[in-house]
Design a protein around this ligand. Structure first.
Ligand code: FES
Length: 296
């Protein structure tokens, strides 16, 4: 006996019914927020990206209802809204966890241990890429370079940085998130939930005490070049590619005093990454000393 395509749950290519609307109280609240967002732009359609973050802050992902709401408010078609919502990876299309744990597996992080971290978290959490733990706490995903290569390998939780991670430190991090224990990013504002983060990305202020001040500045690894330029740190080699190659330019060394912004999170692996995770040593740890530009 054969079963019909409808019995097997296979779509027939028919148009979907219109997305349901939000409950009246939710719609009224979102309309007030949407009007505030739209008022920031000379052309209302320019408000689409923050509007998508707004609807994501309501439901944790961009639903058909959210896209229809954006289209109504901005006088766009739902197709136009869907085209944008499906282009950018910061908009989630499926229900997700309170904490989006993104492991950078782009080139530099991958070779520094990002691939090992991702594999360890998959096994530890029992979920694959873009999947959520059964308790609804953690969604695991690959992320592309987040411009934090100087702190590789990097893990992000709801877009906050956790630098210099190892498989073991990353597993402790997700365990703490799932247990509701306090987790502090290496840099930036205190952690909040994915929905709260989405509301900030829609352009609404972070109202938590001290959150804005805590965003701090660049971390120590990012400031090395600046300190070199100021002569604060001894430089072994300075490369002048147009002047015939590397030249040695010794400078007076001055010890660097870390600023308060250069703290480490309790969830950071030590800077000597492999020391906390002997199963995944970094290449540098296997040599007897510092490695120069030629790897000697
Ligand atoms: S490669 Fe990971 S932050 Fe750039």
């Amino acid at each position: 006996m054969t079963t019909s395509s409808s019995e097997r749950g296979v779509g027939l290519g028919m148009p979907q019914l219109p997305a349901p609307d939000y409950p009246d109280d939710v719609r009224a609240r979102l309309e007030a927020d949407a009007r505030e967002i739209i008022g920031r732009y000379p052309d209302s359609r320019s408000a689409l990206l923050p509007m998508l973050h707004l609807v994501q802050s309501e439901e944790g992902h961009v639903t058909r209802t959210g896209m229809r709401f954006c289209a109504d408010m901005l006088e766009l078609t739902t197709a136009e809204v869907a085209a944008v919502a499906t282009f950018y990876t910061m908009y989630r299309r499926r229900p997700s966890g309170d904490y989006q744990v993104g492991v950078c597996t782009n080139t530099l992080c991958a070779v520094m241990g990002g691939d090992a971290i991702f594999a360890a978290l998959q096994e530890h959490l029992g979920v694959g890429n873009d999947e959520t733990t059964p308790d609804g706490k953690v969604t695991l995903e690959h992320i592309e370079c987040n411009a934090a290569c100087d702190f590789a390998p990097v893990v992000m939780v709801n877009w906050e940085f956790f630098d210099n991670q190892t498989p073991e430190s990353a597993k402790r991090l997700v365990d703490d998130l799932r247990a509701g224990r306090r987790v502090d990013p290496t840099r930036g504002a205190p952690l909040c939930t994915f929905k709260e983060t989405a509301r900030m990305l829609a352009g609404f202020p972070d109202e938590r005490d001290g959150a804005v001040d805590a965003t701090g500045g660049a971390g120590p690894a990012s400031l090395v070049g600046l300190r070199l330029a100021k002569g604060d740190t001894a430089a072994a080699r300075v490369v002048h590619p147009r002047d015939g190659g590397p030249q040695d330019e010794p400078r007076d060394a001055a010890p660097h005093e870390p600023s308060p912004a250069e703290h480490l999170s309790s969830h950071d692996a030590p800077q000597e990454t492999s020391a906390s995770d002997p199963d995944h040593p970094s290449p540098a740890s296997e040599s007897d000393g510092p490695v120069d530009e030629e790897g000697q």
